[in-house]
Design a protein around this ligand. Structure first.
Ligand SMILES: Cc1cc2nc3c(=O)[nH]c(=O)nc-3n(C[C@H](O)[C@H](O)[C@H](O)COP(=O)(O)O)c2cc1C
Length: 102
């Protein structure tokens, strides 16, 4: 039988854990991953280890902001940052996005 605990009755005890509507996103809490430049996307292709990195930081109804992602080979700030201007890069992002989408 499902039971109700006091937090469910009273609502969250911390504002950080309260839901928030951010544009079209209905977040279930306010703990957001800030963008962090990892420089581990060798040759600008997202790597499989990013699946683990981002899935370790995901949560139901949470928001992750990824590292900055290049839109062309002439739009680079740092080496080995991920891109999204080639088919190979787009395909490499897919399992990462799948791993964090709920
Ligand atoms: C594209 C992008 C990349 C960033 N990369 C880093 C980073 O590698 N390391 C870091 O400490 N902050 C980085 N920042 C800044 C953090 O996301 C964050 O804004 C900063 O730590 C300050 O946090 P606060 O805004 O909550 O005070 C980056 C910001 C952007 C927009």
């Amino acid at each position: 039988m499902a039971t109700t605990n006091q937090a469910q009755v009273d609502g969250p005890t911390s504002p950080l854990l309260a839901p928030y509507k951010l544009g079209n996103f209905n977040l279930s809490h306010r703990v957001v991953l800030a963008p962090l430049t990892r420089q581990r996307s060798y040759r600008n292709v997202p790597q499989p280890h990013a699946i683990l990195y981002y899935s370790q930081r995901t949560s139901n109804g949470g928001l992750l902001i990824s590292e900055a992602t290049g839109i062309s080979d002439t739009a680079q700030g740092y080496p080995d940052t991920p891109g999204i201007w080639t088919k190979e890069q787009v395909e490499a992002w897919k399992p990462i996005v799948d791993a964090v989408s709920c």
